[in-house]
Design a protein around this ligand. Structure first.
Ligand code: FAD
Ligand code: FES
Length: 254
């Protein structure tokens, strides 16, 4: 893990939901795997005091991209930072998604700010299906952002304006009917309710998988105990033992 100053190369809105931040750092890009995250100090000084965690979205040599949604004060301040401004960033943190699935079909289920790490995973290791759920067409990523995905992309929107009408879990339920349970491996990242619905389906159908648990984080090194997840061996910090957990290791409702 390193903690370094970087300069913003690009920071702009790319659709009705996401902003993209780009910077360059050889050391922050070294040995990163999909599912890992970095911790970003949004402005110099102590207000806001806590750094904010973001998944690695895309790496090209030293170039690092993150994709983010403006949710509260920190991300609103981040959206106002300009090309050339400085940021302080530490990383990489956390455990990554499983990369080698043998002969199993890799089915990725993404929603909201869970899309970036799964796009990264599908670009680097390929997938059979990437299922993306959004509220409406305005939130669907531009095609150029998904051009590197090595797998079939299926969409669901709540209002039916793009792809299947309904939740992304409806896509998943339709898809898994086509394969024996033992041939499927699900990897999911997104809002808690979405991932819980995915886990409920997996438990009912006997499917294996992993979820990237999204807990508010502060230190990212297992010291503040602010991101605890209940597992069969007790409460563990999501920032060091996760954020990616096997379904069977998550013993709480997300
Ligand atoms: C491992 C990890 C990877 C992440 N990757 C991304 C990413 O790639 N892109 C992205 O846009 N966001 C990502 N997030 C979420 C991102 O960190 C939060 O959206 C951000 O910290 C919010 O900061 P803020 O100051 O804007 O909001 P705050 O003012 O801090 O919070 C606004 C509201 O959001 C809630 N909130 C804050 N953080 C979280 C969280 N982690 N989960 C659920 N609710 C939260 C708060 O309780 C509050 O209600 C990730 C989070 C984690 C833990
Ligand atoms: S963020 Fe501090 S223990 Fe995980």
């Amino acid at each position: 893990m390193v903690d370094l100053p970087v300069r913003i190369l690009e920071n702009k809105r790319i659709n009705g939901k996401y902003y993209k931040l780009v910077f360059r750092s050889k050391r922050l890009a070294a040995r990163v795997e999909p599912g890992q995250f970095l911790n970003l100090q949004i402005v110099p000084g102590t207000d806001p005091f806590l750094r904010r965690p973001f998944s690695y979205y895309r790496l090209e040599d030293e170039r690092i991209e993150i994709l983010y949604e403006v949710l509260g004060r920190g991300t609103a301040l981040l959206a106002a930072r300009a090309k050339g401004d400085g940021l302080r960033i530490s990383g990489p943190f956390g455990r990554a998604f499983k990369k080698n699935l043998g002969k199993k079909k890799r089915i990725l289920v993404a929603g909201g700010v869970g899309v970036p790490p799964l796009v990264f995973l599908s670009e680097r290791y390929g997938c059979d299906y990437l299922l993306i759920g959004t509220k409406s067409r305005e939130e669907v990523l531009p095609k150029r952002e998904l051009a590197g995905v090595r797998g079939k992309i299926l969409y669901a929107t709540n209002d039916g304006s793009y792809g299947l009408k309904g939740y992304v879990t409806k896509l998943l339920e339709n898809l898994i009917k086509n394969f024996p349970a033992k041939e499927i491996f699900i990897q999911t990242c997104g809002p808690g309710v979405m991932m819980q619905a995915v886990i409920d389906i997996a438990r009912r159908e006997g499917l294996e998988g992993e979820a990237s648990v999204d807990k508010p984080m502060a230190c990212a090194v297992g010291a503040c105990l602010g991101c605890m997840v209940k597992t069969p061996s007790g409460w563990v910090p999501s920032c060091t033992e996760g954020p990616v957990f096997k379904f069977q290791d998550i013993c709480e409702r997300l």
